[in-house]
Write a protein that binds this ligand. Sequence first.
Ligand code: HEM
Length: 160
Amino acid sequence: MTDTIIMFVHLMAAVVAAGGSVFVLVLFWPRVYDPKSSDSLDEHSVPYKLIELLAPTVFVSLLVLIGSGVYYMMENYTEQVNLKEGYYNILGIKLIFVAGAFLLSLYQTFGLRAQIAHLDLRPENRALVRPTLEKMKYLGGITLGAIVFATFMGVYLTRF
Ligand code: HEM
């Protein structure tokens, strides 16, 4: 029962991270962001709000994924002697992508997002909004790719 709950949490976090990113970056972004326009964007614009919300959502989902993944392994450590050879190779590859997604998400949430936060207090940063949002969109796409690959490796692991 405990395993089922941990894997449910693990899967839900993957759904939120990947689903949220696809919704914002693939479906919504092209409809609300005009790359050719040179108008400055403020903190009330839709692209700003979308990316501002997405970055911490993905970050927290990744924290939950890492926590639940490690907890699952700790709960099942006695069964690990029966695992097929090669299980840890796949897990290792998966973890490289998880680490990449985590570091990118960390940078977006605490580096880039912080750069364009509190614009009323730091109006000189208004000029940074458009390039920063574009960078976050680009890095968000790479993060999404890493999460999707980690999801594939997770499903592969379960059936290995
Ligand atoms: C981007 C982060 C991650 C994603 C998207 C992800 C995704 C998944 C998915 C989709 C599954 C398959 C669940 C199922 O089919 O029931 C899975 C299983 C699993 N994941 Fe993750 N995961 C991530 C991070 C981690 C981390 C950091 C660990 C910790 C070491 C971990 C350990 C595991 C384990 C042990 C399983 C079960 C494998 C088995 O049944 O033998 N995952 N993961």
